[in-house]
Design a protein around this ligand. Structure first.
Ligand code: GDR
Length: 337
């Protein structure tokens, strides 16, 4: 019989890729989206899977809501990908972020504990939990030092998942995913914002755009590959936590340089600090400027993950380097913009 999977946050980047992957594995998929949203299904439509899914509305802030969905379907695997997942926004709406990104996880675990402890549970943990890092390369044993309401909520979810695994023998596992990007990334995240901006400039539909801290460094992988690791974790005999990362780190400025090179835009950086600009040589005008309002109250300056445990246990390793990822993102943006 086909396995039944629940994906919370199915309309997001990871939800869409995971749904596509699980459909190939012959799963029946129930995906939930939040009640209040005018949910947009463009990712599911772009991947051509919208009609193959059952979509339900569910509020992670409401225990009864979750209970109703768990009584309606007999889930084998639950992937909790829903969250208020924009770090910067979590400073403006810390309570709502904690309620969904943090307590939402506990609500699902409580329902699993009460209804059916055989359900396997995956929690989307995040490299943001390492925050102001205590080791230059982060592994499963690196202490957390979160720097935003988002990251603190993710730490809560990570620890409560571990607690339910240890206390109630529930198969509960967390993937600590480092930044993972793709053409399906939301446009408010920095890589997609840069690709959208530069492609518009390339097509002469935009003159310039603004960024915050371009010296932040991130370990950037390809989301489509990262969802495979989620599934692999759920197929193991024992639930464990895994780092999923590339092991390389690049600044936002490096990412911009790769993108301008691929688009063959001839540019140069001038100035320092808030006055730094990227100039388009042909026009001698700035196409990227720095806006201090886009800096975060507390920044995570550099992340780099060590995913050797995933490589050994899950036989998972990243295949797409950043140059190739930039090409994938730009090619699709050129097509759809
Ligand atoms: P991040 O992703 O916070 O790492 O979390 P994001 O793309 O938002 O920021 C990455 C870095 O770029 C800097 N930055 C800017 N960021 C945005 N969004 N917009 C800008 O204009 C800008 N300019 C500079 C940021 O300061 C930051 O250092 C992502 C999310 O998907 C989380 O949900 C997830 O858990 C982690 O990745 C792993």
């Amino acid at each position: 019989m086909a396995k039944i999977a629940l994906i919370t946050g199915i309309s997001g980047q990871d939800g869409a890729y995971l749904a596509k992957f699980l459909l190939k594995k012959k799963y029946k998929i129930i995906g939930t989206v939040k009640k209040s949203s005018k949910s947009s299904y463009w990712r599911l439509e772009r991947l051509g899977i919208k009609k193959k899914l059952t979509i339900e509305k569910m509020d992670l802030g409401n225990l009864k809501d979750i209970d109703k969905i768990f009584k309606k379907y007999d889930f084998n695997e639950v992937y909790n990908l829903a969250a208020q997942s924009f770090v910067n926004k979590s400073f403006n709406i810390p309570i709502a972020t904690s309620n969904i990104t943090g307590l939402g996880t506990l609500r699902i675990l409580e329902i699993i504990k009460k209804n059916n402890r055989k359900i396997k549970f995956y929690q989307a943990s995040s490299s943001e939990m390492f925050g102001r890092v205590l080791n230059s390369e982060q592994s499963e044993t690196t202490p957390f030092n979160p720097q935003s309401p988002y990251a603190i909520s993710k730490v809560f979810s990570h620890l409560i998942t571990k607690n339910y695994r240890n206390s109630y023998k529930i198969f509960a596992t967390s993937g600590i995913l480092f930044n993972h990007e793709s053409p399906l990334r939301g446009k408010e995240y920095v890589t997609r914002k840069i690709i959208i901006g530069l492609v518009k400039i390339y097509k002469k539909k935009l003159k310039s755009f603004q960024l915050g801290n371009i010296y932040a460094k991130r370990d950037l992988g390809y989301a489509k590959e990262y969802v495979v690791a989620m599934w692999k974790m759920m197929q193991k005999k024992k639930p464990k936590d895994y780092i999923i990362s590339t092991g390389k780190t690049y600044s936002i400025k490096d990412f911009i340089n790769l993108a301008t090179a691929y688009l063959k835009l001839k540019t140069k950086w001038v100035g320092k600090g808030f006055n730094e600009k990227l100039i388009l040589k042909k026009t001698n005008r700035p196409i990227i400027t720095i806006n201090s309002n886009l800096f975060r109250p507390s920044e995570v300056s550099a992340l780099k993950g060590n995913s050797s445990k995933a490589k050994k246990d899950l036989k998972w390793s990243p295949k797409t380097n950043l140059k190739k990822l930039v090409k994938i993102m730009i090619d699709e943006e050129l097509l759809h913009s």
